[in-house]
Design a protein around this ligand. Structure first.
Ligand code: C5P
Length: 395
């Protein structure tokens, strides 16, 4: 869903990361307007943000703006969300006290949309009791704080204080406008492809990129769920802000990690493309072709069905499967739902979905079928999460 994002830049070297943030938000389809403090313009030129956002940039050095000269009010009114990144210790203190003596601080004071801040500062400034008091005040006032990360700081010291990466901020921002339909729910998700070793360096895997599983993890997190992601081979980036991410490369490892969590979860969404078979006689050492003998014989044995096992628990989570088929998509998916004894399955055509950015899902449940519009996996994931929330609420 495309939104109008107001990005406030306060004075700090992390302002350079906000250039990338603007690019990522634009790539997600959002409209971005940038407002800078005078100090921020010392670090990055307003022209840079104007070129990246495609919108005029207002700053303290550019008072009033066009029209009625009320840019400090108008900019905020057009926005769905206001993010200040980087947020210096100074602007955090101003916002905590309601001081409005630079443009981003005025916009914060005059806002009527959700506000988030991404602090960036020296580790001692971050830990300073006054700053911690101000951060607690922001949280108490309903402002979202994207905490800084630990690492090397521009001042040469190291510790907490680095602004969250642009990719993480772009990933987390949609949480601010997403309805919290899964608040308080624990959601367990498998994603990606499994890898069944043949020897220490080779194995059997598949083309699943993990994109849909990652999109679902993001959608459930945005809807307020506590998300645990158990993943195998992933080309997609792991989403930010999850409760836990657990690497489980083989079907056996994925089975173990899922079964350790399934009973305590409210929802289990099995998106991983799990190998049907594993190698029974996996070699302890790398197989060699020299010697001129017959090629090695790979013996297969069936893997456990993780989804069916979770669904067979005495008090199972609400189980959701994915059926990726290359033909008879709906027919096979309906049969799979009944066989695995799960309340909901998402059917999609493997030739469109696997490894790609887009998908077309039909949700098949006990109560009927819903054809979701074709399009990006993020949008499809949001629709699946909303359907799960609706079905859970109706139970
Ligand atoms: O049986 P099939 O592999 O076609 O079913 C696909 C669904 O079952 C997916 O949701 C997949 O994550 C899950 N599955 C599983 N464990 C397996 C095989 C499939 O959880 N061993």
């Amino acid at each position: 869903m495309s939104k109008h994002i107001l990005l406030g830049i306060s004075g700090g070297i992390a302002a350079y990361k906000s250039c990338e943030l603007v690019r990522l938000l634009k790539k997600q389809g959002h409209e971005v307007s940038v407002a800078m403090s005078r100090a921020a313009t010392e670090f990055v030129s307003p022209l840079t943000f104007q070129a990246l956002s495609g919108n005029p940039v207002l700053s303290d050095t550019h008072e009033g703006g066009a029209g009625n000269g009320m840019a400090h009010i108008n900019l905020g009114r057009a926005a769905d969300v206001f993010l200040i990144a980087p947020a210096s210790a100074d602007i955090i203190a101003k916002i905590a006290c309601g001081i409005a003596d630079n443009l981003p601080a005025v916009l914060a004071a005059a806002r009527n949309c959700p506000l988030a801040v991404a602090p960036a500062m020296n580790v001692q400034m971050w830990r300073n009791p006054a700053n911690q008091r101000n951060i607690a005040q922001l949280v108490a006032d309903g402002i979202t704080v994207f905490p800084p990360e630990s690492g090397d700081l521009a001042c040469g010291e190291s510790g907490e204080g680095r602004m969250a990466e642009a990719a993480a901020l772009a990933d987390l921002l949609p949480d601010l406008w997403t309805e919290k339909s899964l608040r308080g729910r624990k959601v367990l998700i498998t994603a990606g492809a499994t890898f069944e070793p043949i020897d220490p360096v080779r194995g059997i895997t598949n083309l699943s990129s993990g994109t849909m599983g990652a999109a679902l993890a993001r959608a459930c997190r945005a809807a307020g769920a506590q998300v645990s992601l158990v993943y195998g081979q992933m080309q997609a980036a792991l989403p930010a802000g999850l409760y836990e991410t657990v690497y489980a490369p083989s079907a056996a490892a994925m089975y173990r990690e899922v079964m350790a969590r399934a009973a305590a979860s409210d929802v289990f969404i099995a998106v991983a493309a799990v190998a049907d078979y594993k190698v029974k006689n996996a070699a302890a050492h790398k197989l060699k072709k020299d010697g001129g003998g017959a090629p090695p014989v790979i013996e297969l044995e069936e893997n456990p069905d993780i989804l069916a096992a979770a669904a067979a628990l005495p008090n199972p989570p609400f189980c959701v499967g994915f059926a990726a088929e290359s033909r008879n998509v709906l027919e096979y998916a309906r049969a799979k739902r009944l066989k695995k004894n799960i309340p909901l399955i998402a059917a999609n055509d493997v030739s469109v979905a696997m490894g790609g950015r887009d998908t077309q899902i039909t949700l098949i449940g006990e109560g009927g079928e819903t054809v979701l519009p074709a399009g990006g996996k993020d949008r499809a994931a949001a629709a699946v999460a909303a359907k799960i929330a609706e079905l859970l609420d109706g139970r």
